[in-house]
Design a protein around this ligand. Sequence first.
Ligand code: ATP
Ligand code: MG
Length: 405
Amino acid sequence: MKEPFQRALGIIRKLKQHGYEAYFVGGAVRDYLLNRPLGDIDIATSALPEEVIKLFPKTIPVGLKHGTVVVLNDGIPYEVTTFRTEGTYEDYRRPESVTFVRSLREDLQRRDFTMNAIAMDDHGTLYDPFHGQRAISAKIICTVGKASERFSEDALRMMRAIRFVSQLGFALETETKQAIIEHASLLAHISVERITAEFEKLMAGPFAEKAFSLLEETGLYVYLPGLREKKEPLKKLAQYDWKALSSSMERWGFLCYLLLSDQESSAFLRLWKLPNRLMKDVQHILRILPLIRSHDDWKKEQLYEFGLDYALAAETIRSLIDMEDAYSNRQRLVALFAQLPIKSRSDLAITGKDIMGWMGRPGGPWLANILKKVEQAVIQGKVENDKERIKEWLISCNLTQEKNC
Ligand code: ATP
Ligand code: MG
């Protein structure tokens, strides 16, 4: 058994010693069978939440309503969830309350896809009543039970299906795909936050192109924020190698750049309810992109002004669109940045105070002006970044005279 499972064995064994059933379930078992790196390890048990809390010294009651208790074992948190069914679904969303059950099979049956409905006990024995292993070998994503019913219960599962395509490179099983085509509109009932979380994972997957094709083909894109009218540009997204993009900021930047006009992007990003910081970052990149048409366009002053991270993001997006090697273009920028005599204003050998002292004037807008000129001169190599040299340069340019600032 792989090490991350070993570390959690104590939890399963303790539950069993007290007469309960307990298994590893969900994504970790799937990823173990796929030989992928394991994410969070989740445990399902017949014990009720209060019974779990009694057994372990360190627990956090994160989702008692849904039967989930976090158990801290050697400082690592594990979600331990009571076997449950989800009872009745309202409004095509997962229900607020659930029904606890004592059978593993019922718990596995409420799970979304067969590959996610496999349990593993403490000896490594698999319980796979819905043939998840078969789906994994065939590289197929298939709902547990009738796809149309499962998507009507919880429409987010349609987004999950396509994000798993992006992460695993699997294909959608025929009935599952057909049900997405037929039930796409139900996605309108799902909160933007939950859709965005799946979409972020979709964009970051190694098979994102496949997923974008499917969003278009199934019509699910119509119910994604701001994409209803973007069928044609959306097809373009499936033509690029998204793996070249290495951060959320780059992926949203690329998406906006390919799909939207300059005026549309800020409203579009707000529709997805992205964090303010991310929205600002993406808009900054979108302002840089039109200024840089080729890798030869980069000037030291621009690199200094934009900052290396934003410049790299913009250059990566530009390289991808121009079908150039993003890696070598990024290296070139990093090298250019390394040559800058200063990387930010705080690296300047003088401060505003120095200038005010030399000129005997109190601060004001004029000071920002001069500082900007000094910065530019240092970056362009017109003057060395040294206090005395800068003072001489200011005098030689007559910049110390009031009328010139
Ligand atoms: P990831 O590796 O991205 O975490 P995951 O399969 O573990 O993938 P989670 O969202 O962590 O996904 O969910 C854990 C498990 O809970 C899933 O494997 C699945 O069995 C079940 N599950 C999650 N969301 C749903 C849903 N909307 N409907 C039914 N079952 C779900
Ligand atoms: Mg998970």
